[in-house]
Write a protein that binds this ligand. Structure first.
Ligand code: GDP
Ligand code: MG
Length: 175
């Protein structure tokens, strides 16, 4: 079994649930309280991924970046060397959905060969019909680097493992 270490980043506006998605994935925990992220925090998790030929161990280094625009000037340094990104928006705040493409372009400008997954988070707060409509509006993206969009919930855990595994599979396929 081969082992590789890959850096991924979560990006998105303030309070969309970046830290909560990481916490759900790494520790299987959730808190209603806002735990503000200052600067950057790196979490680790190892995944076993099966491909046709082999089983791979992927050691993820998950970089959590603070969302305030005032830190934007230092963000490019943090994004350098990332193999993939989960770009997060909050389904209850349309401004964060409209900012998705900005975050995607920003990330891909620095890492043009990397993979991107879109997480439309806080799906637990949205009625099912509205969710389908929002997925249609914001889930599509024209860059070939964007693998897929998922409605996620850090609160219930819905699709949280999926986004990290899907991104890791895509990174593995590219490397
Ligand atoms: P960040 O600034 O993007 O890191 O956002 P946080 O992870 O700190 O989350 C911001 C707020 O949204 C917190 O109060 C969380 O409890 C809440 N939150 C995050 N994800 C979800 C979710 O999927 N559902 C609900 N209902 N609340 C969430
Ligand atoms: Mg945070």
């Amino acid at each position: 079994m081969s082992a590789i270490t890959k850096k991924i980043c979560l990006l998105g506006d303030f309070s969309v649930g970046k830290t909560s998605l990481i916490r759900r994935f790494v520790e299987n925990m959730f808190s209603e309280q806002y735990l503000s992220t200052v600067g950057v925090k790196i979490s680790r998790k190892s995944l076993k991924l099966k491909t046709d030929l082999d089983t791979h161990q992927v050691n993820l280094l998950i970089w959590d970046l603070e969302g305030h625009t005032r830190f934007k000037s230092i963000t490019p340094t943090y994004l350098k060397g990332a193999s993939g990104s989960i770009i997060v928006a909050d389904l209850t705040r349309s401004k964060t959905l409209n900012n998705l493409s900005h975050h995607i372009d920003f990330f891909l400008e620095i890492n043009p060969q990397s993979s991107v997954i879109i997480a439309l988070n806080k799906a637990d707060l949205i009625p099912q019909e509205k969710l389908a409509k929002l997925m249609e509006l914001y889930g599509a993206h024209h860059s070939t680097q964007v693998v897929q969009a998922y409605p996620t919930s850090a609160k219930t855990g819905a699709k949280v493992n999926e986004i990290f595994y899907e991104l890791s599979h895509s990174i593995l396929a590219r490397s």
